[in-house]
Design a protein around this ligand. Structure first.
Ligand SMILES: CC(C)(COP(=O)(O)OP(=O)(O)OC[C@H]1O[C@@H](n2cnc3c(N)ncnc32)[C@H](O)[C@@H]1OP(=O)(O)O)[C@@H](O)C(=O)NCCC(=O)NCCS
Length: 131
């Protein structure tokens, strides 16, 4: 999603980048529903821990919400993403397509009940196979 590939700049130089990709959740009933995956994101090493990553996440969630996406899924650090409202996806009975500790596989609703009745397994696009 080009609108969801966002860069942060500092003095006209790229300081960080975040990308959101359309993903699907295959329900236990076989129905396929749409969501968004947050990955990857990175901030230049010498600029890390100065809030750039937080700004990128907040901006990205805002743009995603504006585009009408109802939820975002992330596989990431269990102490970082909860600051932005992410919670373990198991809360909505959403599972990763691979073995992963449940506290690092997280989701956030961008609108009320955005993940209601979305239980199932995430399907990532094939580009993620090599990540
Ligand atoms: C993870 C990353 C994007 C965060 O960006 P950032 O601009 O440094 O983050 P912020 O300044 O907004 O937030 C800093 C907080 O994140 C924490 N943090 C930074 N990197 C972290 C990491 N790899 N794991 C867990 N927490 C991390 C810091 O401890 C700090 O916590 P505090 O606010 O409680 O002190 C950045 O560190 C990075 O590019 N890391 C290397 C690539 C990476 O791991 N990407 C994520 C997986 S795709």
């Amino acid at each position: 999603m080009p609108e969801l590939s966002i860069v942060a700049t500092l003095n006209n130089k790229i300081a960080g980048h975040i990308l959101f990709t359309k993903i699907h959740i295959k329900g236990n009933d076989g129905n396929i529903k749409e969501s968004l995956g947050l990955a990857p994101m990175a901030v230049k090493p010498e600029l890390q821990n100065s809030g750039i990553g937080s700004l990128l996440i907040k901006k990205g969630l805002e743009v995603a919400q504006g585009l009408g996406f109802k939820s975002v899924i992330v596989l990431g650090h269990e102490h970082y993403y909860p600051k932005f409202g992410f919670e373990p996806a198991i809360k909505w009975n959403i599972k990763a397509p691979f073995e992963v500790p449940s506290n690092v596989f997280m989701a956030i609703e961008l609108e009320k009940d955005g993940l209601k009745n979305m239980s199932g397994t995430v399907i990532y696009p094939k580009e993620f196979d090599t990540v």
